[in-house]
Every structure is written in C-alpha cells, then in structure tokens.
Design a binder for this molecule. Structure first.
Ligand SMILES: [Zn+2]
Length: 636
C-alpha cells in the first residue's frame, strides 16, 4: 500500500512540475486595503435531513478584473490548516455573472483558491455552493457533527469563499441565516431586522459563530452590567436544560464572570456569549472567539453534574481566551486572512496559560471544589511524570504539534511521540512561574499580577494586540525581577527535566493510591474508558480494546499495541471490573495476571508479572511548607 502510494505521489509530482509554469500563479497576498463594496452572504440552514448548508454569495467586482476566491484554510483557534479537513465538504459550486454561468478553475498549486474571470462590465458575481456538514455515516477522528434534527453549530469559516488580496478586517460582509421555523439562535453578531445581521467585517464574522436549536435557554450572567454576558444553551431535549440545582449551577457561571474580571481587570468585548451545546449528536469540544465561545458538551452538562466534572473547566478555558489568545495574540499567530500560514511558537502561552487559568478560574468560581481541582492537577502531574517522550522531544517542539499531527488525524503512542503537550505541561510550567513569583515576593505578588498587566489593558478594545517572547519576559520582570528568559528557555528547551517544581513549591507532593480521585473518576465515566495507565501501563475502552499503551511499560514489554483486544482476564471473559479486580488483588498473590489478547488475527496468552495494585495519582499536602497552591485556588 505504502509503495503504491509513493509511486502515485511521485507521478503526481512529475505531472505538477509539467504544468506548474503555465497554471500556478501566485495568489495575491492580503493587503491592508478596503475591498470595494460589501459581500452579501446568505446561508440556508434548514436542510436538517441531509445536514447540508446552502450558501449564496454576491460579491461586488470591478468589471473585467480577474477574481480569486479563497476557501479558509488556516482557521483561528485551531492553530492549524484545519480547512484541509473541510474543503472536501464544499460541493455544487456555481459561479455566475449577470445570470450566466462563469467557468471557475481551482489553482493547481493551491487547492483553496478558485479563479474566475468575469466579463467586462460585470458589477456583481454570484456564488452558490453547498457545505456537506459531517454526518453519522462518517467515522474517525475527523468526523465532525455540526447539524442534528434539534440543534446546529454554524461556523462561518466553513461557509464562505472570499476575495484574495485583502485583509479579512477590510472586507465587509452583510450576513444572514435562514433557520428552521421556531428555532432560537445565539451569536455575538449584532442583529438587524429581517433575519439578518448588521454589516460587519469578514474577520469578525468568522470570529462569531452561530448556534441554534429547537430547545434553547438563555441566562444573563451579569445582570444589569453595561457589558452584558450571556449563557446560551441548546440541547437534544428540553429536560437536559432542567435540573433541581440549576439555579445554583447558573450562579457558579455568574461567579466565573466576576472572578475573571477580578483576575484580568479590563475586558475586550462589547458583549459576550457562551454558546453551549448539551448534546450527544453534535461533536464535542471548544473553540475560542473574541466576544463568544463555542462550548460543545455531552448531555450530562447540567443533569449529570458530578459525572461531567472533568469537562467543567471548558467554559473557563474558552472564556480566558478572550483575553489570552484573541486580544493578546502571539505575533506569529496573527494572520491577515485565513489562508496565510500561522506560526505556533508561543502556544505554551496562548494555550498553556489559558489551560492554567481555566483550572484556576473553575475553582475560584466554585465550578470545581478545591478537592476536584487538586485531583485534576494530580492527573496532569502524573501524565508528565510518566511521559517517556519528554526524553527526546522538548516542550517547545510540541507547540508545533497541531501542524505536525492535526487533531483530525488519528494518533497513537502519545506517551512516546507526545501530543499537544503545551496545554497540560503548560499548566505545570505556569504553576512553576506562579509559585516562584509568590516565593520571590514573599507572597506579595503572583501570576495574577502578570495577568492583570499583560492581558487586562486597553479596556474595551477588540483589536488584537500582538506580542513576542521578549514581551512576556518583560512583563514577568515588571511583576517580579528574575531571570525569566533563562527560566522559561530551560523549561521549554531541555529534555527530561522534572516537571513538578510548581507542585512542590505549591506545598504538595504527587502520590499514588488505589482509589481514583474525583477527576479521573469523572473522566473514566465521561470518556468511557478504563485507566490502568500507572499500573499495567494501559488504557482501554469498555469492551477491553486497548486505547493507549505507555511506552516502555509492563504492557509495552509484553507486546501490547493500541487496537489490541483483551478477550479474557485470568480465564474469564473480559470486563472492566474483572481487570480492575485482578490488578487490585495483585499484591496478595505471586501469580501473574493472565490475559488472552487478540491482535489482528492472532490470539495469544500474556502473563503480566505485576504486583503493585491499582495506582491513581493524588496530590498530598506537605505539612510545614507554605500552601501556595491553596492560595492560588482560593476565590478572590
Ligand atoms: Zn484553548
């Protein structure tokens, strides 16, 4: 298979070389100049049966001038050419001028660019296409479900072809959406009469997704404030937005807003909307925007409050991005339009510190208890204390992982190849910084002061303010003089360094016992897997299929690979309790754990000579040391 593909690829290269001179013309780079007139963009989102969005655009053009239309490739917030997972969903493209079809040609060197030559005298080019959103027939990591019979997620970046040659902030758009009858919707866009929105820029449009649904609820999270904040929820069923403790839970979201204001000071939106799906039919995940965020959770968000604990730092994370990521943005991550490549070198700030504040704000607001937060941090600490990949790949290099291995591609062996580790190892890095500032300043200052000084400036501004590595160092030095450049580079560039300094300086140590903490307990239920990572070196799904194998662990040495199926435990058919029971009993017996394993067409019997019992990570207070982590997690 690989050989055949290589030969095909080689042939393609020859062919491409042959016509490159004739057809590969450079696409005009974006310029800071106004696109004349405003694009009309009309989306029909009523075809729920086929889960297809129909798009109509009308673009003002200067007659006779060639037009290059771009489909977004590099999408803000994904840090990657995420559009490569989408462009195959664009279908039925028809371009017309004055009612007559116009030929379009895809650029052979840039499949995201479509060339059109309107005849002289043309003032408007009409474009129609369909966006074939993901459907339940699709499988794999790349499958994305945006539409169901009850709700939909509408990202404008999937639904626009836009003119090359202009900054996205200089192209004006008049968008409108047709929704199914009776549906409610929410977006950060300002509405205009007759189902449309006020004229905006392409940059703001792409940054302002729309959620809609049959069953919706809206809560005001900052009543009476001049800058409103709302939680807009859409669910599979109306009962998923009910719960006897709902008022209490909404209060915690209100506390999140106030805790964020105390942390950052200034805000960078005219109004903010937490867009929330509570659904098993829509893909789960989160995506940040300046004045809103996409938060796609499962059906448990409200009705299974305890079970859903492991995902409850999602809203605090995405909210933090309004400050860290959207307003303050790494200079190599800012791009003028959606087809310029992004640079990911500072994602350990953009995502790493956001992940840190997401966990801290979840706790300060009460969305997490302190015990839950400590368990979540223990889980993170254990991952990086036991990650062999840290021996060859440093933290800085993981910042490029979203481009090396985009999330829509299946990934195996994350303990060895590593993954988007700048998120969670970033948590440990910023905990290290925070506790060091607190230690150096005798408790007078903290990373809160950095957040206030770095992110909480220019109140009300929604224009991105870019920064580089030196700006981060300078801001840290203003809070607490120290060799921050050396400190950060050592932690970013070295191999195999102990990542737990912040835990220690926070007054805690990482220990293991046979009871899962609240975080792993929630994660196992929520993501339906079995965690035997710190015992056998393996994680499995409910039916015993191996999901991950710790590199160089006991399971690794025994020949396990992701995808293998455990059929039996000590002579009995596999189930989760039997496996856990065997691990739990292992210290009391000299006999190995015997597993029957099926891997592809081969069955084999594996003896694991393991006697360490169940092992789950926890943080344990070290008496007599300053409890800095407690101070960090306490509400302001
Ligand atoms: Zn993020």
């Amino acid at each position: 298979m690989r050989t055949a593909f290589a030969a095909f690829a080689a042939a393609l290269l020859v062919a491409r070389g042959a016509f490159a001179d004739a057809d590969c013309r450079p696409v005009a780079p974006p310029k800071d100049q106004a696109y004349p007139g405003a694009m009309q963009l009309r989306v029909d989102a009523t075809d729920l049966d086929h889960r297809v969005y129909h798009v109509h655009e009308a673009l003002p053009v200067a007659g006779g001038k060639a037009l290059v239309l771009l489909y977004p490739e590099w999408l803000p917030g994904t840090h990657a050419p995420w559009g490569r997972n989408r462009i195959n969903k664009l279908a039925g493209l028809v371009v017309k001028a004055n009612g007559a079809p116009l030929a379009w040609n895809r650029d052979p060197c840039n499949v995201f660019a479509f060339r059109v030559q309107p005849p002289a005298g043309t003032t408007t080019v009409d474009v129609d296409f369909d966006y074939l959103s993901g459907d339940s027939g699709q499988a794999g990591a790349g499958a994305s479900h945006e539409v169901s019979q009850e709700l939909l997620v509408l990202e404008w970046s999937a639904l626009v072809l836009y003119p090359a040659g202009y900054y996205a902030s200089r192209i004006e758009v008049e968008p409108s959406v047709k929704l199914p009858d009776g549906w409610e919707s929410a977006t950060a866009l300002d509405t205009a009469p007759d189902n449309g929105f006020r004229r905006t820029t392409l940059e703001t449009l792409v940054d302002s997704p729309l959620f809609a649904g049959r069953y919706a609820k809206k809560w005001d999270l900052d009543a009476g404030a001049p800058v409103p904040v709302h939680l807009d929820a859409f669910a599979d069923r109306p009962d998923l937005l009910e719960n006897k403790d709902l008022d209490k839970h909404i209060e915690l979201h209100r506390a999140l807003v106030q805790q964020a204001y105390k942390l950052f000071g200034a805000k960078h939106y005219a109004h903010y909307d937490f867009l929330l799906t509570v659904s098993d039919n829509i893909s789960k995940g989160g995506l940040e925007h300046h004045q809103s965020s996409e938060n796609q959770t499962g059906t448990d968000y409200f009705t299974g409050w305890d079970k859903a604990m492991a995902m409850r730092d999602l809203l605090p994370h995405e909210y933090t991005h309004s400050w860290n990521g959207k307003f303050r943005r790494p200079q190599d991550l800012w791009t003028a339009n959606f087809n310029q490549p992004m640079g990911d070198s500072l994602l350990w700030v953009y995502e790493g510190q956001t992940q840190y504040w997401g966990k801290v704000l979840a706790t300060r607001s009460g969305l997490w208890s302190k015990e839950e937060a400590l368990d979540a941090l223990a889980a993170t600490a254990a991952v990086f204390e036991n990650r062999p990949g840290r021996q060859w790949r440093n933290l800085q290099d993981t910042a490029y992982d979203e481009i090396v291995a985009p999330r829509f591609q299946p990934q195996s062996w994350t303990t060895w190849r590593r993954s988007q580790d700048y998120y969670d190892e970033g948590v440990l890095l910023w905990l290290d910084v925070d506790t060091l500032i607190r230690e150096q300043s005798q408790g007078q200052r903290s990373l809160d002061d950095f957040a206030h000084a770095f992110f909480g400036i220019d109140d009300g501004s929604t224009t991105p303010k870019t920064y580089g590595f030196d700006d981060v160092v300078r801001a840290l030095n203003t809070v607490q003089p120290y060799d921050w450049a050396g400190f950060l580079r050592t932690r970013l560039d070295s191999l195999g360094r102990d990542p737990l300094d912040g835990i220690t300086r926070g007054g805690y140590r990482l220990v293991y016992n046979d009871t899962p903490g609240k975080y792993l307990e929630s994660a196992e239920k929520l993501y339906e897997y079995t965690d035997a990572v710190y015992s056998l070196g393996i994680s499995l799904n409910k039916s015993g299929k191996v999901l991950g194998v710790m590199w160089n662990s006991l399971a690794f040495e025994a020949g396990f690979s992701p995808g293998a199926q455990i059929e039996a435990v000590n002579g009995m058919a596999y189930d989760t309790d039997r496996l856990k029971g065997a691990i739990k009993a292992s210290p009391q017996t000299a006999a190995p754990i015997e597993l029957i394993v099926k891997d592809q067409d081969h069955f084999r019997v594996v003896q694991l000579d393991y006697h360490g019992g169940l092992r789950y990570p926890h943080l344990e207070r070290v008496d007599g040391t300053p409890a800095r982590l407690d101070d960090i997690l306490a509400a302001k």
